[in-house]
Design a protein around this ligand. Structure first.
Ligand SMILES: C[S@@+](CC[C@H](N)C(=O)[O-])C[C@H]1O[C@@H](n2cnc3c(N)ncnc32)[C@H](O)[C@@H]1O
Length: 494
């Protein structure tokens, strides 16, 4: 094609937000629908050449599980693609006829936003907008300017958004009947950021999220170089009760690539206390890779000669023995608030927690003899960057014959005594690594990191941990550097 023609095509594509869905992606999307009613009223808004309807019908005919009739409604504004669209839909008709499914269709060569926002606005005054129980969509991506007619029409239909794709989704969710299903592919931008806040609120209060899928590579799924956004595919059902868990999956984006999927608590995807309603998409592929790495480890904590226990000092039970500042006859008392840059910094000036505990016959059973220990926080919120937060207790930095570890932390020890320094630093690196964090998140949906969880983990062998500990010279360093060291030793024999 001559370059001028390419330029015109590109400009036209850009104006219309026209990026057609490749067949493997369309087929994957069609596979996400749950059981469908006997009579399916399907909406394909911004249908292009009909790739999505085609995939939907192909899947339906293959499954042939009770659907008797499909009434398809397709909207496409581009006159140049109408012919291809008609051919696709006629082909769907033939497929359905072979499968014994009645098929009727209407193609509207019209502007979906203008038509539906008008009908929905009128609906508020008693007229009825059409209702669908299934929708599949790859909407156009383009900004809608503030003063435009589109913006005004959407406003009358109760939709406020500055991007065409969000406007399409907002209208579609209004056109679905309760229990109606929507599978869409859109840019991922709506999942966070202030511009999409009201869209997210609207979306999450009307649609129940059942599935989110992301591609690892932006370019692989859409071979078109101009699709630069990261995309997300979702399956949502019209309703007001979000599921307790939803499926999150990833694939490379190459056709036929393996899909890694996991069931993730909804509360980890949209945090209940987040006023912004960000939609988090944890990378299950990362989780799968982490599992593989962890499965390759075969040392238990016991085989390393180590134990992990919950800090013995329960502060409210020993209130009378606690001191805000160290004084004669006291020893250090360590809380998570003393964790600072990978090591325990003690005493903490102006701390709300006491810094010291009396060292006497009454308190001694709750204290441990000073030495090198590795500590982890027992309570970390899902929002924190890492669920496992480990910190070194270094007796060279915190002096005292004994030390009290408070009950909000766990401590690794060798039969009640301190542990070898290199081993402790190796453990520090391992437990703070992204691999362990991802592995841990796979099974931990709550805020506690209990000693039993740490006891159950598989660990690298002693030599590997000590080598890691020797390689880590600085504890206060970036996650990337830490992961690089851990990665080097964990994959040494691959
Ligand atoms: C991202 S493309 C996707 C096409 C097709 N659904 C697919 O998946 O291959 C969006 C389509 O919406 C069409 N479109 C853009 N604005 C529209 C509007 N206001 N009403 C109806 N269709 C529109 C474009 O022409 C384009 O074909």
């Amino acid at each position: 094609m001559p370059s001028a023609a390419i330029h015109v095509t590109r400009k036209r594509q850009g104006d219309l937000g026209q990026f057609l869905t490749p067949a493997p992606v369309a087929s994957f999307m069609a596979s996400l629908f749950g059981p469908l009613p006997r009579v399916v009223r399907l909406l394909d808004a911004g249908a292009g050449a009909g790739a999505l309807t085609a995939a939907f019908i192909t899947r339906l005919c293959e499954r042939n599980d009770g659907v008797r009739c499909v009434e398809a409604t397709l909207y496409e504004v581009d006159p140049l693609i109408q012919r291809a669209l008609l051919e696709t839909v006629e082909n769907c008709e033939r497929l359905c006829s072979k499968a014994g499914i009645r098929f009727a269709f209407t193609i509207h060569p019209a502007d979906f936003i203008h038509e539906m926002s008008t009908r929905l606005a009128n609906d508020l005054f008693g007229a009825t907008a059409p209702a669908f129980n299934a929708a599949i969509v790859n909407p156009p991506y383009r900004k809608i300017s503030t003063g435009s007619i589109e913006r005004r029409k959407l406003h009358y239909a109760g939709v406020e958004t500055s991007n065409l794709y969000a406007a399409f989704i907002a209208l579609i969710q209004r056109l679905l009947t309760p229990g109606g299903q929507l599978v869409g592919i859109t840019p991922r931008s709506f999942c966070n950021g202030p511009y999409f806040r009201s869209f997210r609120e609207d979306f999450l209060s009307t649609l129940e999220l059942h599935r989110l899928h992301v591609f690892e590579s932006r370019e692989a799924a859409f071979r078109d170089a101009s699709v630069l956004q990261e995309n997300v595919i979702f399956h949502a059902v019209k309703g007001r009760n979000q599921p307790r868990r939803l499926v999150i999956s990833t694939s490379s984006g190459e056709s036929e690539s393996a899909v890694a999927a996991g069931l993730i608590p909804f509360a980890e995807v949209v945090h209940s206390n987040d006023p912004e309603k960000f939609i988090h998409i944890p990378s299950t592929l990362g989780h799968a890779a982490a599992k593989k790495t962890m499965d390759s480890l075969n040392s238990s904590l016991a085989s390393l000669g180590l134990c992990v226990s919950t800090g013995r000092v329960v502060d409210f039970r020993l209130k009378h023995a606690l001191r805000r500042e160290p004084e004669a006859g006291t020893v250090p008392l360590v809380y998570p608030c003393h964790f600072n840059g990978g090591t325990v910094h003690w005493p903490k000036p102006e701390s709300r927690k006491p810094n010291a505990i009396l060292n006497n016959d009454e308190t001694r059973p709750w204290l441990v003899r000073s030495g090198v220990y590795l500590l982890t926080k027992r309570f970390t919120a899902k929002e924190e960057r890492r669920r496992l937060v480990a910190c070194l207790f270094d007796p060279d930095m915190v002096q005292g014959e004994f030390v009290g570890f408070e009950n909000h932390l766990n401590y690794f020890h060798a039969n009640g005594r301190g542990i070898d320094r290199h081993l402790a630093v190796g453990l520090f690196a391992f437990l703070n690594s992204t691999v362990v964090d991802q592995y841990f998140r796979r099974f931990s949906g709550h805020t506690q990191v209990n000693a039993t969880d740490l006891r159950k983990l598989a660990y690298p062998d002693r030599k590997t941990l000590q080598a890691m500990g020797t390689a880590i010279r600085e504890l206060d360093q970036s996650q990337e550097k830490l992961d690089a060291v851990v990665g080097k030793y964990l994959h040494a024999d691959e």
